[in-house]
Design a protein around this ligand. Structure first.
Ligand code: NAD
Ligand code: DAU
Length: 351
């Protein structure tokens, strides 16, 4: 890789991106970190207030669907490497309207690949395009087995179809143009700064405000949860130690049924809020299932653990408690992001 790094991290104002940006800016003072984000409803610069004024951090407000602008950003800033996280990320929104997912997740990714290829022409071996993807590209599991890096793609929602498509384009650019790439596919993240349309922050917010906790179907669907900072640490490891054009699955070996997560959150919140035990559970409301709802995701993370030496640092109970504490201490953040456009989305989704 190039000696002096000017790393473009896309989607850095979002949930996972903000933790990746913080880790890179603080751990690598010699790298210049460029955070490119168009600040959709999910992007929030407040997530990175602590980095304002840092010498090695620059924010660029730009939309990855704008091809010309991407070429300019690469050229003007001498971008040497990319960690690409910008995406439309919420499955329910993709079901309500898939179009934005195709523009951002597919076309936006191809625009970045094109810009990288042009900028790095003649020295492709010195630069890396790291694409951050999801375990949802592998489809849905029954009660047994795990997703391996070799599991055939079988995306089931418009969101996962768009992410699968972007993964294919990254591999196609590696094969056709010899761009150096790496892809990681991670399981469900949780932690501070997650937009409260996702299960865990939505439930924390609703428990606090005594609102119904909408559990889709019977709550039997299973997800494999990883604390967001552990995902950011894994991205650091893959960026620095991952082998060219490889794929790494990232996960916590931490499977939970949705209903069990919601019940656990109720218990934690009852304690934190001084409510009688069992009080918050009364808010659980079974609602209409998500269309085409994937039953189970489970990542086999042995490759990254054995080959690159990464492992999760937090137990789930500890991570969940930290997450609840963060949301309780950041009520203003929550108030701001749940007003306006979010309220309209919420009313439509759960009416
Ligand atoms: P997020 O929705 O919280 O953040 C996405 C960010 O991308 C936002 O800051 C948004 O403003 C920005 N963005 C969206 N469209 C853009 C565009 N056209 N141009 C520039 N910026 C744009 O998402 P997240 O949960 O942090 O996920 C980040 C990445 O990680 C995504 O690629 C997602 O597919 C992947 N991922 C997420 C999870 C998870 O559990 N959240 C798990 C595995 C993989
Ligand atoms: O697996 C990785 C993926 O995890 C990421 O690629 C996605 O970007 C991320 O959003 C997440 O997708 P999920 O659909 O699994 O996350 P979500 O928090 O939306 O839902 C988790 C589970 O909880 C899922 O089975 C649906 C269910 N659910 C969700 C919501 C929002 C409910 O039962 N009620 C709800 O209100």
């Amino acid at each position: 890789m190039a000696d002096k790094k000017n790393i473009l991290i896309t989607g850095g104002a979002g949930f996972i991106g903000s933790h990746v940006i913080r880790l890179f800016v603080n751990s690598y003072p010699d790298y210049q970190i460029y955070n490119l984000d168009s600040l959709t409803y999910a992007g929030n610069l407040e997530n990175l207030k602590d980095l304002e004024g840092k010498q090695n951090y620059t924010f660029i407000k730009a939309d990855i669907t704008d091809q010309d602008l991407m070429h300019r950003v690469f050229n003007e800033n001498g971008i040497t490497d990319v960690i690409h996280l910008a995406a439309e990320s919420h499955v329910d929104r993709s079901i309500a309207d898939p179009t934005a997912f195709i523009y951002t997740n597919v076309i936006g990714t191809v625009n970045l690949l094109n810009a990288a290829r042009k900028q790095w022409e003649g020295k492709l071996d010195q630069h890396l395009f790291y694409h951050v993807s999801t375990d949802e590209v592998y489809g849905s599991l029954d009660n047994g087995g795990y997703f391996l890096e070799t599991t055939p793609y079988d995306p089931q929602s418009p969101y996962s179809a768009s992410k699968a498509s972007s993964d294919h384009f990254v591999r196609a650019f590696a094969n056709t143009y010899k761009l150096r790439t790496v892809i990681s596919n991670c399981s469900n993240n949780y932690g501070p700064n997650q937009f409260p349309e996702k299960l865990i922050p939505l439930c924390i917010h609703n428990i606090k405000h005594n609102k119904p906790l909408p559990v889709y179907g019977k709550g039997e669907n299973v997800r494999d949860w990883l604390f967001v900072i552990d995902h950011a640490r894994a991205i650091d490891v893959v960026f620095h130690k991952g082998k060219d054009n490889e794929t790494y699955n990232i996960g916590g070996f931490n499977e939970w049924k949705n209903i069990d997560i919601v019940r656990t959150l109720c218990k934690v919140m009852d304690k934190k809020m001084g409510r009688p035990e069992g009080e918050s559970e009364k808010l659980i409301t079974f609602v209409k299932d998500r269309a085409g709802h994937d039953l189970r995701y489970a990542i086999d993370a042995n490759k990254i653990m054995k080959e690159l030496g990464w492992e999760p640092s937090l137990q789930f109970e500890e991570g969940l408690e930290k997450t609840v504490d963060w949301y309780l201490a950041n009520e203003e953040w929550l108030q701001r992001v749940t007003s306006g456009a979010y309220q309209d989305y919420y009313d439509k989704q759960y009416s």
